[in-house]
Design a protein around this ligand. Structure first.
Ligand code: AMP
Ligand code: TRP
Length: 340
């Protein structure tokens, strides 16, 4: 299926940080509310996605959708395929990420990383105590951000804890460098859809690595797949459409998906769905998702067939990112006294 084709794209994309300008076409669907109130002209935006698995609607609503709309705003943008975070890949095209990560790692107490929920979760699952790469992953993520002196980070809710850590580490580094070299980092998010849930188990988030493809809608899914996955999603015995994430997580997740793909609010969605039962409402949600994803999918396949263009986007993105990365690392290196 498409997984194989996507695998090829991922192998291609994971090589370098890249500007994903090609996603621009869908901008009319996008509504972003900034958590931080003003938009400074000198804002530097950084975000990333792991090259594992096929991106799904959680990635789209939690992150990719903003990435596209943010391209209309002032400021520099870096969107990255975070290859070093997928530990099977030995190196990145911009080695300054690892250099800065090492420098930051030297000032982070082990106990600060031990308490992070993602590590705690891994520790529970692992038989061998977990890998060092997984343990220091949040340090590498902080280095990704700080290397570009990024100020604004569009990510889903699950990443906020890492953004807070980045701020802490930036301050520790600034003290070490004896100057406020790294700026304050702000997360930015939309008003809805920052944590889309697993379609089969709404108590956990939708994830690329979940055991079954039935738990998520992938961005390359056909219209028919989208409909079948939504039709089979877990709801409850009440047929009324009401937004109540705590007591009715399944139907509330569908409402959030619907809101994310229509820019309606939960109240508007519920008012429109008055009189529908859950089965009928699932069709409405599927239609809203398909309306947005079908043209994106077509565009993806067109772009995927133009390998020369993709490679040049990757190369240009890497070249532009490298310029900033090298200059900033050079400053850090000097301030740390690491030069001859
Ligand atoms: P990842 O797939 O872990 O590389 O995530 C890439 C981006 O998608 C990050 O900004 C995540 O916060 C966001 N994201 C991942 N899963 C979800 C989800 N289920 N709901 C909302 N955002 C998500
Ligand atoms: N850790 C992020 C995730 O799992 C991906 C990521 C790596 C990232 N480096 C980043 C996101 C820097 C924002 C900024 O989704």
């Amino acid at each position: 299926m498409q997984l194989k084709r996507l695998g090829i794209m991922q192998r291609l994309l994971r090589k370098v940080p890249v500007y994903l300008k090609c996603l621009n076409k869908n901008k009319q669907k996008i509504g972003v509310r900034f958590i931080s109130s003003s938009i400074p002209e000198d804002r530097v935006i950084f975000s990333g996605i792991q090259p594992t698995g096929v991106p799904h609607i959680g990635n789209y609503l939690g992150a990719i959708k903003y990435w596209v709309s943010l391209q209309q705003e002032p400021g520099k943008i870096f969107y990255s395929i975070v290859d070093l975070h997928s530990i099977t890949i030995p190196r990145s095209d911009i080695p300054e990420h690892t250099l800065l990560s090492w420098a930051i790692g030297c000032v982070v107490p082990v106990n600060r990383l031990k308490i992070l929920p993602q590590w705690q979760e891994r520790m529970k699952q692992s038989k061998d105590g977990g890998h060092i790469g997984t343990f220091t992953y949040p340090v590498l993520q902080s280095a990704d951000i700080l290397l570009y002196k990024a100020t604004h980070i569009p990510v889903g809710e699950d990443q906020l804890i890492h953004i807070n850590l980045t701020n802490e580490l930036a301050q520790v580094m600034n003290r070490r460098l004896l100057k406020p070299f790294f700026p304050r980092v702000h997360s930015i998010s939309t008003s809805t859809s920052t944590r889309i849930r697993n379609l089969r188990d709404p108590s956990v988030k939708m994830s690329k690595s979940a055991y079954s493809e039935q738990t998520r809608i992938e961005l390359t899914d056909s219209d028919d797949h989208i409909w079948r996955k939504i039709r089979r999603s877990v709801t409850d015995c009440t047929s009324e459409i009401a937004y109540d994430p705590e007591n009715r997580p399944g139907v509330s997740n569908l409402i959030e998906i619907h809101c994310g793909f229509s820019n309606l609010t939960p109240d508007e969605v519920c008012a429109d769905a008055k009189g529908l039962d859950t089965g009928q409402y699932k069709r409405v949600v599927a239609d809203a998702v398909i309306t947005v994803l079908a043209p994106l999918r077509q565009r993806f396949h067109r772009l995927r067939n133009d390998e020369g263009h993709l490679k040049s986007v990757l190369k240009n993105g890497a070249d532009r990112a490298r310029e900033v990365a090298v200059a900033n690392w050079e400053c850090v290196r000097r301030l740390l006294g690491l030069c001859a």
